[in-house]
Write a protein that binds this ligand. Structure first.
Ligand SMILES: NC(=O)c1ccc[n+]([C@@H]2O[C@H](COP(=O)([O-])OP(=O)(O)OC[C@H]3O[C@@H](n4cnc5c(N)ncnc54)[C@H](OP(=O)(O)O)[C@@H]3O)[C@@H](O)[C@H]2O)c1
Length: 308
């Protein structure tokens, strides 16, 4: 089902956007525009390729043009922590910003989301940073793989922005054992130290386990390109030792890792659920209304798989 906007773009239309470098692969515009249309809002969601050196200017531009809010993806999530006016608890806790909400100051001094206010009023505007990725990862693991996170034993591949947040969030949710694997070993060691400090009851080690695990989570970018190597070293850790495999990549929908996992009898899921839930929460932050999850999921599937 294709969700049409309530009206053609006009002088009153308001905007949200995603910034990334690169950005052309993003399925967020399809998902968010379906959500906005379903809520009956004369808003649009755009995508801009923003070089990391220009993030400050791009944020200032969105504020000047009274955008409602932004999503940020690679490589902006960490950079934005120091470039927004304030951080919500989620962004402070996870140390990364993937959602920005612009807010206007009322004559009373109170701040309200810009989406609730008349944009033609001369307003003082500020930007607030949020993180909706962490909740989305665990919600998708629970719903798409039926995992119980309490007591989980997992291998996390990758210690970049997404791998770090995933490992910390699994620890926060009560995982019992985590093995961290990353090409640049020092980055995995830094994440392990963070987990040891914040969640000392979680047993965290570097490298692959000798035993079976509940989950292998790929948070590397290996699998985005057809020529990529597998993110997992099968000679050290054979796939049948994992009950489930989650790949944060959603395009291609079936990475070589997921295909091999299914062949090995593992339950497997791609990162579409994570994208859906982080986007749905962002929409709620901008609009103050429940996100039309089913409509957003359908739009995402149509965009990524070519069918619902
Ligand atoms: N589904 C979703 O909603 C969602 C959300 C966020 C991210 N993602 C996906 O998650 C992945 C990671 O994103 P990110 O934000 O964490 O990116 P990032 O910060 O750039 O981290 C990239 C990770 O991939 C590793 N890597 C890159 N090239 C490699 C190679 N040739 N060999 C081995 N390891 C390599 C990096 O290792 P080094 O540390 O050694 O460089 C690092 O661990 C991407 O595929 C992204 O598309 C999905």
């Amino acid at each position: 089902m294709h969700q049409e906007p309530t009206s053609a773009i006009n002088a009153s239309t308001r905007y949200c956007a995603v910034y990334g470098w690169p950005i052309r692969h993003s399925a967020s515009p399809a998902m968010q525009n379906a959500g906005l249309a379903s809520l009956g809002l004369d808003w649009r969601y755009l995508a801009f390729e923003v070089h990391p050196d220009l993030l400050g200017e791009a944020l200032a531009g969105a504020r000047a043009m009274k955008f409602i809010g932004l999503n940020l993806t690679v490589p902006h999530k960490l950079l934005a922590v120091n470039r927004v006016d304030l951080l919500d608890d989620s962004a402070r806790l996870w140390g990364a910003v993937n959602t920005v909400r612009f807010e206007g100051r009322l004559p009373s001094g109170a701040w309200r989301p810009l989406g609730e206010l008349d944009p033609s009023a001369a307003l003082e505007i500020r930007s607030q940073g949020f993180n909706t990725d962490a909740e989305a990862i665990t919600r998708s693991l629970e719903e798409d793989l039926g995992l119980r996170l309490e007591g989980l034993a997992a291998v996390v591949l990758g210690a970049g922005g997404a791998g770090r947040v995933a490992a910390l969030k699994l620890a926060a949710e009560g995982a019992s054992r985590l093995w961290l694997v990353n090409r640049t070993a020092e980055k995995a060691a830094t994440v392990a130290r963070e987990i040891n400090h914040l969640y000392p009851s979680v047993k965290t080690q570097l490298g692959y386990p000798a035993e079976a695990v509940d989950l292998i989570l790929n948070a590397t970018s290996l699998g985005l390109k057809a020529s990529d190597a597998l993110p997992l070293d099968e000679a050290v850790f054979p796939l049948p030792r994992a009950r489930t495999v989650y790949d944060m990549i959603y395009r291609p929908a079936e990475t070589p890792l997921l295909a091999k996992a299914r062949q090995a009898g593992c339950q497997a899921a791609n990162g579409l659920g994570m994208l859906l839930y982080q986007g749905a929460r962002a929409l709620e932050i901008w609009t103050g209304r429940p996100a039309p999850i089913d409509i957003m999921r359908k739009a995402l599937k149509e965009n990524v798989y070519g069918h619902v």
